[in-house]
Design a protein around this ligand. Sequence first.
Ligand SMILES: Cc1cc2nc3c(=O)[nH]c(=O)nc-3n(C[C@H](O)[C@H](O)[C@H](O)COP(=O)(O)OP(=O)(O)OC[C@H]3O[C@@H](n4cnc5c(N)ncnc54)[C@H](O)[C@@H]3O)c2cc1C
Length: 551
Amino acid sequence: MGKASILVVDDDHAVLNSVERDLRQAYGREYRIHKAESGAQALELINQLKARSETIALFVVDQRMPHMSGVQFLDEARKVFPQARKVLLTAYADTEAAIQAINMVGIDYYLMKPWDPPQEHLYPVLESLLDDWTHTVRLPFEGVRVIGSQWSSTCHEVKDFLARNTIPYRWLDVERDSEAQQLLAFAGLDSPCMPVLFFTDGTVLVEPSLTQLAEKTGLRVRAENPFYDVIIIGAGPSGLSAAVYASFDGLKVLLIERHAPGGQAGNSPKIENYLGFPSGISGEELTRRAVTQARRFGTEILTTQLVQRVRSEGNTKIVTLGDGAEISSKIVLIATGAWFRKLDLPGVERWNGAGVYYGAAHTEAANYKDQDVIVIGAGNAAAQATLFLARFARKVTVLIRGDETDWSQFLDRSIRTHEKVELRFNAELTEIQGEGKIHAVVVEDKQTGESLALPAVAIFVFIGQKPQSDFVADLVMLTPGGHILTGLDLITDGKRPPCWHLDRDPLMLETSVPGIFAAGDVRNGTKHGVAAAVGDGDAAVSLFWQYLSTI
Ligand SMILES: Cc1cc2nc3c(=O)[nH]c(=O)nc-3n(C[C@H](O)[C@H](O)[C@H](O)COP(=O)(O)OP(=O)(O)OC[C@H]3O[C@@H](n4cnc5c(N)ncnc54)[C@H](O)[C@@H]3O)c2cc1C
C-alpha cells in the first residue's frame, strides 16, 4: 500500500501555497500532499487518485471559492472518499455555514483563518483527525483476514471483538468471496470450522476463543499482580473514566472487561451529545482514546475476562474470574452497565448473532447492503442504529411497541425525513421466518390485532435493558429490577441497612458493602448516557480517597 494523500483546495494562491508548505513540513513523510485551485480541479484530481486505487485521508478546503464553495466540493468529494476527514477553512463570517456543514456534509472541523502559528492552531487539529482516520479505515491487507459465514454467531462474535478492539481486519464471506476459497485451499482446510483467521505473520487460527484471539493480538488477559488499590469491573464509559482518574491520581488500578472495552457506548456509530464533540464521535473512537489515556496513566486492562464473583473479607475485596483466578484489592468499583434483554420468541436463540443482533449495528451494517432490515426499539440507541443502517440497507423498518418514540428531537428529525426509514407504531414482532437465514418477520399491530409479514434479513434489537448485576446479587443490595443501591438510597426511614456495621453512612456511590462502589448504568438512580457514566466514574474516584482515609 502506498502513502495516503492529503488534499488542500483554495483559490487564493498565497494561502494555498502556505497551507501546502505547512502540511508538507509536518506530514510530508507519511502522506502525499496535493493541492488544487478550484473545486472542479480538485474533483478531477480525486477521481484520478480513485482510479489509481489510491486513497485520501484528509481534505483541507476553503469555503469561499468561486463556482463551487468548499461545502459543495466536500459534498461531492465524500461520495468518492467517504472515510476521508474533512476540514473547512473559514472566515469569521462563514461560521454559520460551517456549523450547518457539520450536519449537511459531515465536516469534522472548521478552522478560522489565519492559524499562525500552525504548531498551535493547525497541527493539533489535523493530527487528531489523521489519527482517527488511521484507526477507522480498514486497509485490507494490513490486518487479520477473517473467513467465515454471515450466518454464524461465532463469526459475528469474532468480528465484533476485533472491531471493538480496533484491530484492523478484513471480512471474507466463505459463500461470496473467491479469495476466501483460495486462502482455505492454500492452508489445506477444505471443510473447516468457522471462522478461520489468517494473521500477517502466517499464523492461522481456526475457531479461536476470544481469549486466544486477545492473546494473539497482544491484549492482556491475565493480571500482572495479585493485589491492587482498585479493581474496576466493566470497561464501559464509567469504568474507563474511573480508571483514567484513579490511575492519574496514582492509584494502582486493574480494569477487568468480559468482552472488549467500550461497553454499550462502543456500539454507538455516533455519539452526538457528548460535550466537546460538535460533529459527534463514534463510540469506537471515544473508547480508543479513553483506553489509550487509561493505559498511559498506568491502568492495567484485562479483556475477555468475566468476573464471576466478588467477596469482601475485612478490608480486602476478592474478585474471582471466569478461569478461576483470584485477585484482591482495597476497593472494587462495579461498572458493569446494562444490556438488552433477549427477544421472547420460541426458537429465537438459533438466530443470535446470525441475523438477530442485540445492541449492535455498526459491525454488521455493511453486510446488509441493499437488503431490508428491522430495528426494534424507540430510544436513542435504536434511533442511531436506524440512521446508521440506512446508510447501507435498502429499507429499515422500525418497530415501536407504543405509539410514540423516546429518542431525542435531534435524531427524530433525521429519522422522519429519511426516505429509507419506515416507522411502525404499536407494532410487535411475533415470528421470525427463514431457514439458514432470515427472510421475513411477522409483525402484529397491537391496536387492530392484524398480522403482517415483512421481508427482512436481519433484526437489530434495542429493547428491555437489564442491569448486569447478577454476579453480585448475593453481595450488595439491589432494587427489584436489579439496579445496585448506593449512598442515601440505602437509608430507609433514617436507618442504615441491617448489613451495614460502620458508624458512618454509606458514601455517595458506595454499595451496602463498605469499599465496594457502583457507577454508571448498573447503579440505581443514574441518568443513562455516556456523559452521566463518565461523571459517575470521576465522582467515584474522589469517594475512593474518602474511603481509603477511613481504613
Ligand atoms: C447502540 C447504543 C448507542 C448509544 N448511544 C448513546 C449516545 O449517543 N449518547 C449517550 O449519552 N448514550 C448513548 N448510549 C447509552 C450509553 O452508551 C450508556 O448509557 C453507557 O455506555 C453506560 O456506561 P456504563 O459504563 O455504565 O456501562 P456499559 O457501557 O454498559 O459498560 C459495561 C461494561 O461492563 C462489562 N461487563 C458486564 N458484566 C461484566 C462482568 N461480570 N465482568 C466483566 N465485565 C463485565 C460489559 O461487557 C461492558 O463492556 C447508547 C447505547 C447503545 C447500546
